[in-house]
Design a protein around this ligand. Structure first.
Ligand SMILES: *Cc1c(COP(=O)(O)O)cnc(C)c1O
Length: 436
């Protein structure tokens, strides 16, 4: 047995002090969101009832770098930098000449990348004297992250949790309540939007669209309350770039650079967070780096959607945004990767796909769980079903290298752990997992 380690891990104290804004590096900037009634671009005044001014400014900013406030860095330091690991055992199992690295965001206390934006969102709300935040959550990852961040900054947190998940995932609800949030199954009797749905269907299992409508209505009605969103918006993608900025530095220390950057896409925030800091190397520096977004065939937004203006929610309460969309009334089948069941995607990400900078691929969940189990057996981590889409795409890239003999460097984002998704693993292991 060799006595020297064959695997490296970097855990130094270098974390970025500014977020990276991709917009100046894009071949075409994303089109502005429109007011559905007037078809005119929405202005800061339209968004002010829902978001603090600092976040509205970030939403429309064209500055390339935006400083991270010291109090946000203090909290980031509790779990950042997250590890960049080389998947040597997976490489060996695949018998690939490729080098596979992954950036491990499940190392955060909430178990995913979502605290990277929940923390600054809570901070900016607190700084503008907001007392209470509302949000929606599907599978519970985003609600958990915002509940934790609210606890850190002394804010009340109200989470509308899709009723089907509320019943199926008590673990996530208990986490949110432990961090001090109030969790309400949606649709609820607490809002007009919820009461309207319940009047028609008292047993409604709810949906993300309905829960968004409840959280937005709650925030719009109360002066002490604002609304918080966990993906899709420019400021969310911006906050997530800490992932890619760290990964770039960590790759540099490993004396390597990715030929392929891979991530899973629900609304686009973890993929953008990892990939965007590498984008100018290609769009301005002419470096040949391939960007690959992985999504479920059950909700194939980037691979099958239309590029057009659409509502962000089912209830038609949000502005119109230009993106790849399956239509705002599209209801995806109930796959285990709940975080990837959104009908649209972040406009900046969609624009880069439209312009050919980013490519996309879709997988059925049986193919995804196959590699999730292989990853667990080789690298130890039980990935979130969402993250396993990225593993699938990375593994397929590595298997292609085996065919061609290319020694490519593959970097993928491992956005979270699956320790609260064990039902999905149980179904897969029992052979009961069906492809929608
Ligand atoms: C929410 C979530 C996603 C999908 O959201 P994005 O905004 O596309 O990143 C992916 N993985 C995990 C673990 C999540 O919690």
């Amino acid at each position: 047995m060799p006595t020297r380690a064959t695997k490296f891990s970097l855990r130094d104290n270098q974390i970025p002090t500014a977020w990276f804004n991709v917009i100046p590096s894009m071949p075409t900037p994303p089109s502005p969101p429109l007011n559905p009634a007037t078809r005119q671009p929405v202005g800061p005044a339209d968004l002010a009832p829902l978001f603090p001014m600092a976040l509205i400014e970030q939403e429309v900013s064209t500055a390339e770098w935006i400083d991270i406030p010291g109090r946000v860095l203090d909290v980031y330091r509790m779990y950042r930098p997250t590890p960049l690991l080389r998947a040597k055992r997976l490489e060996k199992a695949l018998k690939t000449p490729a080098r596979i690295y992954y950036k491990w965001e499940g190392a955060s206390p909430a178990g995913s990348h979502k605290p990277n934006t929940a923390i600054p969102q809570a901070y900016y709300n607190k700084a503008e004297k907001v007392k209470r935040l509302t949000t929606e959550t599907g599978a519970g990852q985003w609600g958990s992250a915002l509940a934790m961040a609210s606890a850190f900054f002394g804010l009340k947190c109200q989470v509308y949790m899709v009723k089907a998940s509320y019943d199926q995932k008590p673990g996530r609800r208990v986490m949110m309540e432990t961090w001090g949030a109030r969790v309400t199954p949606s649709p609820s009797e607490e809002t007009e939007a919820g009461r309207r749905i319940l009047a028609q269907d008292p047993d409604s299992p709810g949906s993300l669209g309905i829960a968004i409508s409840e959280a937005v209505e709650d925030a719009a009605k109360r002066a002490d309350t604002k609304y918080s969103l966990g993906s899709v918006l420019n400021h969310v993608l911006l906050h997530q770039t800490v992932i890619g900025l760290e990964a770039k530095l960590q790759m540099e220390k490993a004396k390597d650079y990715p030929d392929v950057v891979v991530g899973c896409v629900g609304g686009g925030s973890n993929f953008a967070g990892l990939a965007f800091p590498f984008v100018p190397d290609r769009t301005r520096g002419g470096r040949e780096v391939k960007f690959l977004a992985a999504e479920p065939t059950a909700c194939p937004t980037l691979t099958r959607g239309r590029f057009e203006y659409d509502f962000g929610d089912t209830g038609e309460m949000t502005p119109l945004v230009e993106m790849y969309t399956l239509g705002h009334t599209f209801v995806p089948p109930p796959i285990h990767a709940g975080g990837l069941r959104y009908h649209g995607d972040a406009p900046a990400l969609c624009r880069l796909v439209k312009d050919g900078v980013i490519e996309a691929v879709a997988y059925p969940q049986s193919k995804v769980f196959e590699v999730a189990v292989q990853f667990a057996r080789t690298e130890g981590i039980l990935p979130a079903p969402e993250s396993a889409h990225a593993i699938r795409a990375a593994v397929d890239q590595a298997l292609a290298c085996k065919e061609t003999g290319e020694e490519k460097c593959i970097l993928f984002g491992l956005s979270g752990h699956g320790l609260l998704d064990l039902q999905a693993y149980q179904d897969f292991l029992a052979g009961d997992l069906i492809d929608a």
